[in-house]
Ligand binder design. Structure first.
Ligand code: HPA
Length: 271
């Protein structure tokens, strides 16, 4: 695994103008943020040794290097999911590569279903913590000791510094954000109403099928990790909180614009 990571990192270094400082994983539908990247270099995953390509439609597989607010970033646009049948090792390989490149902070973004009845589609939610219900863990196996401790502490799975960076960014641009606990399910089915009720009882505010594997692998490597979810829909049984059809496009544009501004300023605050 070490050799594979080293050759992926070496290839990226041969293209990168400067080493990246902040890593970002962009969730599905959140690609407009890329318009905010300056001096962008695009590297298809298929060009990077040992990077697997994504198979989900609308999940483009490419690494983007560049600067945001003057800070060097590396953006993973497109991620592998467990529901595609990918082994956890492959899912977290790109994040481990960013760490090999010297990235110290990682921002994980995702679309999620709203479980908290106070949430609405379009809400941006800071991830305070997570519940891993995927039945899998990227650190299973012997190689775990090559990267970090055998029993990693997850008490600060989402870094307080990054939470503060996100909150002050949101205040500065007057974008409302909520906070919540992200439950990760294996998928690919969306949850039944009974499962959503279970998630509420367990203390989850939103549910998705990503984020947690990358968070675990990044924490294991000692990175500071932050997370932000965009509520794409309300989960089953939470109520018919559909967006008014005539407003759906404008609202989506507004949400994407807020998301991009929030991410830019958060990068600046972290950097
Ligand atoms: N459930 C799980 N994952 C999701 C959802 C959902 O409702 N919405 C977006 N990703």
């Amino acid at each position: 695994m070490y050799e594979q990571l080293a050759s992926a990192a070496e290839y990226i270094q041969s293209i990168a103008k400067n080493p990246p400082k902040v890593g970002i994983v962009l969730g599905s539908g959140l690609g407009t943020f890329i318009d905010s990247v300056e001096n962008a270099q695009f590297i298809p995953y298929s060009d990077i040794p040992f990077f697997q390509n994504t198979t989900v439609e609308g999940h483009e597989g490419r690494l983007i290097l560049g600067t945001v607010e003057g800070i060097e970033v590396a953006i993973l646009h497109g991620r592998l999911h467990a529901y595609e049948g990918n082994p956890m090792e492959d899912i977290v390989f790109p994040v481990r590569t960013l760490a090999t490149l010297g990235v110290e902070s990682l921002l994980l973004t995702s679309a999620a279903g709203g479980v908290n009845p106070d949430f609405n589609p379009g809400d941006l939610v800071l991830i305070d913590d997570h519940i891993n219900l995927m039945g899998q863990n990227p650190l299973l196996g012997k190689s775990i000791r090559d990267f970090g401790p055998s029993f990693p502490d997850m008490g600060k799975a989402y870094s307080n510094n990054i939470k503060e960076a996100l909150i002050s960014a949101a205040k500065e641009i007057a974008v409302p954000i909520k906070r919540g606990v992200y439950a990760a399910m294996l998928g690919p089915t969306y949850e039944t109403a009974a499962e959503v009720k279970m998630l509420q009882i367990l203390g989850a505010d939103m549910v998705g099928m990503s984020t947690v594997p990358e968070n675990i692998a990044a924490n294991h490597l000692g990175l500071s990790v932050g997370g932000i979810s965009c509520i794409a829909n309300m989960a089953n049984g939470i109520g018919p909180k559909e967006l008014a059809q005539e407003n759906i496009k404008e609202r989506a544009v507004e949400v994407m614009s807020n998301f991009s501004k929030l991410l830019c300023l958060t990068v600046k605050n972290i950097g």
